[in-house]
Design a protein. Structure first.
Ligand SMILES: [Zn+2]
Length: 173
């Protein structure tokens, strides 16, 4: 694999948050490794796909970790993230690698609108332990659910698919 422009090593913090009103939210991945920080603007669908991919791998390789705790979403942006991160760009290609031996994931992030660079080298790579990855996937799921309308009966977020409500005797609404 080509060497990344920024190799963050092992992440110490990995967060996702959203700015703006529901329906017009802008999503970010906030990466920290020691004193290094990167702010990565990311499309909602891409962020959700990342969360699901982590969840799926963890369910296979570390089910006990995947079941660990619900994530409580704090409202608003992550407060203690540096105002002037060393690295900031819009995500183009995003790859998730899995290292079973070290029980880590690797995020390989390319920059948007820079196809040539993506082909040559990724912009940033960072590794994360299972626990931090699991926390991130739960955080992403909570973010995704927060932007959706909720069922008035059971409170579950409503998606594009029909909702089979547990509280309305199986009626779809
Ligand atoms: Zn319902």
């Amino acid at each position: 694999m080509a060497e990344a422009q920024y190799d963050f090593g092992l992440a110490t913090h990995l967060d996702a948050d959203a700015l703006g009103e529901p329906g017009h939210r802008t999503f970010r991945l906030l990466v920290r490794s020691g004193s290094s920080s990167a702010l990565l603007w990311i499309e909602k669908q891409q962020l959700i796909a990342l969360g699901l991919a982590i969840e799926q791998v963890l369910a296979q390789v570390a089910p006990q970790e995947a079941q660990r705790g619900e994530f409580t979403l704090s409202t608003g942006p992550i407060s203690d993230f540096p105002l002037n991160p060393q690295v900031e760009f819009r995500v183009g290609q995003l790859q998730l690698g899995h290292d079973a031996v070290n029980q880590q994931f690797q995020l390989i992030v390319g920059e948007s609108e820079d196809e040539e660079r993506e082909a040559r080298q990724p912009r940033l790579t960072v590794r994360t332990r299972y626990r931090l990855a699991n926390r991130l996937s739960k955080q992403i799921a909570a973010l995704a659910a927060a932007g959706r309308p909720r069922c008035p009966l059971c409170g579950e977020p409503l998606g594009p698919e029909p909702h089979h409500c547990a509280l309305s005797n199986g009626h779809v609404h």
